[in-house]
Structures are given as structure tokens and as C-alpha cells.
Design a protein around this ligand. Sequence first.
Ligand code: ADP
Ligand code: MG
Length: 258
Amino acid sequence: MTKTETKSTVLVKHHLKTLKLPTMHSECEKTAARAAKDNLDHLACLLALCELELVDRERRAAERRLKAARFPSTKTLDEFDFAAQPSINKPLVLELAKGDWIDKRETLLIVGASGTGKTHLATALATAACLQGRKVRFFRVTELITTMLEARDERTLLRLRSQLAKQHLIVLDELGYVPASKAGAELLFDLIGSAYERQSLLVTTNLPFENWTEVLGSEWLTGAALDRLTHRCHILEANGESYRLQDAKRRRRSRIKE
Ligand code: ADP
Ligand code: MG
């Protein structure tokens, strides 16, 4: 015990640790000292400590949710240059960022050519949902299919499905880049089917709807998948040029000017 530590300080800190209140544990002496200086009563001091713990707890939970979502990179809407992609409906994006569509278990499709910011928007919107307290899991479609096929072979598919069923939002990025095998397409369809009206899906794709059969194989499966995905869905369409290409052109122009 140091000179300034009384018996009650030691005991309070011990109990706070046992009760798993780490912020109250680390802040209790400082807050008590400040309360004494400002003439606050005991309950006001306790209130300040509870608030610190709650704020910190929410921050830790948000960090955990972000980690669990496994985003490929950090992207925010603030970094998205809407002027560079005028076909993207900005008011709709800002509305979607509030997350109500996820509570209503609706779907979001982001359609556009490579480099038009689909993954950026998907990550930014899903990150916003995460920070608002929702559970999110991000997959590239090929990665998800591989994971599901492996789980099926290892007989852990049920476990994987129940993990996925706990998410409020599942992001399926890059549908259409690589055609799925028959078994892969069936597993993907299974996920789309079980998420229907229970969870939200955010799908990004470079493929117009009429070409989805090329990826999913069967006409029937594609029809059924589209039917579920487009029921109560929002669509963001990027018709513009690739952002990287625009960026390269801008740089080239500024080099020529120099
Ligand atoms: P896509 O998924 O459509 O192929 P990405 O989202 O991966 O495209 O975008 C490619 C790169 O360009 C990323 O680094 C992304 O952050 C950036 N980017 C794309 N569009 C924009 C935009 N409108 N504003 C800012 N950055 C953008
Ligand atoms: Mg992408």
C-alpha cells in the first residue's frame, strides 16, 4: 500500500477488478480526487465513474465488432469522392449510412464496373453499421464459397451457418468475378435463402443481372437468388469510369502541365 492509498481504495480497486469494470478501476482515484475538489457528492462521483465505464465499454465493443467483421481495408464515407462518381446516388448513400435498412432486413446491391468504388462504399456503409452496434461479416464471394466448401468437407457447415445467422449484415463482395462451381453456387444460394427476411445482405457485383446465370450456373438458381435479393432492395449503380483510371489521368495531366 502506498502512502496515498487507504484500505478502502485498495478494496474498491480489488472489487472493481472482480466485477470486471476496468475503466472504473483505473479512474476511481482521479475521479474521487476531482469530485472532492469540485465539492461533488458521492452519487455524482459514482455517476461520473459509471459514465466513463459505459463510454469505454461501447468503444471496446465497437473495436471488437470491427475486428470480427474482417474488413479488407479501412474505408469511410468521408473519403469517398462523390463528384468523381456522379452516377452514385449520394442522398441514398447518406440515408443508407443510418442503417435503418438493416433493421428492416433489406438488401443493398452495388453494381458497377471494376474500380468504381463498390468495395469502398460497401466497406464504409458496413463500418457505419458496425459502429452503430450491428454485427457485420464481410466476405469476398470466392472466399466465402471456399470457406463453405471446406466447412462442408470438415462437417462444420452447421457451425458456420449458425455463426453467419447471428450477423445483422453480411457483405458479399465481388459477386461475378469468378464463376462458382455447382456445389459452390448451391451453398451461396443456401446462404441467400436463409438470410432472406432474417438478415441484411450487401452484394457488390460487376455483372448486370442478365449475366448472373454465367456465375451461378443454373437458370433456376439464378432466378431464385435474384428473386430473393431484389425483393425489398436498394440499388446503387456506378456507371462512371474507374476511380484509379481517373486518378492516373489526372496525374498524367498535371505532369504534362509542369
Ligand atoms: P471496386 O470495388 O468497384 O472495384 P474499389 O472500391 O476497390 O472499386 O475502388 C478502387 C480504389 O479506388 C480504392 O482504393 C477506393 O478507395 C478508391 N476509390 C474508388 N472510387 C472512389 C471515390 N469515388 N472516391 C474516393 N476513392 C475512391
Ligand atoms: Mg471491389
